[in-house]
Design a protein around this ligand. Sequence first.
Ligand SMILES: NC(=O)c1ccc[n+]([C@@H]2O[C@H](COP(=O)([O-])OP(=O)(O)OC[C@H]3O[C@@H](n4cnc5c(N)ncnc54)[C@H](OP(=O)(O)O)[C@@H]3O)[C@@H](O)[C@H]2O)c1
Length: 237
Amino acid sequence: VPTADELRSTVVTGISRGLGAALFAEAYRLGDRLVGVGRSFTAEQRALATDRPDRVALIEADLALESSIPPAKAIADALGDCARAVLLHNAAVIEPLGMVGALTPAEIATAVTVNLLAPMLLTNAFVAALPASVRRARVLFISSGAAHNVNEGTAIYSATKRGGEKYFEVVAAELARVDPRVTVGVVDPGIMDTSMQTFLRSADTPRREHYVGRYQRGELGDPVTVARQILASSVTR
Ligand SMILES: NC(=O)c1ccc[n+]([C@@H]2O[C@H](COP(=O)([O-])OP(=O)(O)OC[C@H]3O[C@@H](n4cnc5c(N)ncnc54)[C@H](OP(=O)(O)O)[C@@H]3O)[C@@H](O)[C@H]2O)c1
């Protein structure tokens, strides 16, 4: 566990499963103070928050609801007095899958809010909330190859990831000038064995066989391995 002047507070969204759960567990193992943001948490995460409030804080938030997304005050309270601060935008939804014209309006709005609006609002809150004690901060957007590929059936997901990449490109340039303590990046974690892939294999899209094939050939990454790589290479330590 690092000394107080090296304490790193790491905020991760969507930690109930998949890559987010792995990022949470791995950053905890590295000694970070963790702030989990999401609408559901594992029993283990809840127990940690109760037993080790110095190490783990959980913020209940449905990122599909703009009014539920934590404002700067909540982020500031959760970060505490830390020397380093990290924000990992992990939460995302793959739905709605299907062709334009056949999508449900509410599902489109949910995807844009979780995948794109929530990272925008949370980044705005995080930068505003950074305590004077912070010497270095990092914001990382978990993107996807879908941001650059044309995969029929995933127009909404692809657009939110591409939009996020552009948002963070501009924010990186802004912060390099106005608050150089903060660096900003995007990372494509690659295809991973999570519930998102389970859903893609079961959904009726032109790419279904592609996802089934990659699963059957054992090509899906292990989220724990990917989380380790992200923390080692994309998050400044
Ligand atoms: N898996 C892949 O092959 C793959 C490939 C490229 C990129 N990615 C990206 O990697 C990241 C993690 O994906 P994953 O595969 O781990 O996904 P996942 O298994 O589906 O997990 C998604 C996480 O996001 C949370 N979430 C969803 N909707 C939410 C909401 N309204 N409010 C709060 N939290 C919400 C979920 O929590 P709940 O329990 O509340 O639903 C869950 O913890 C995503 O950004 C994804 O786009 C994944």
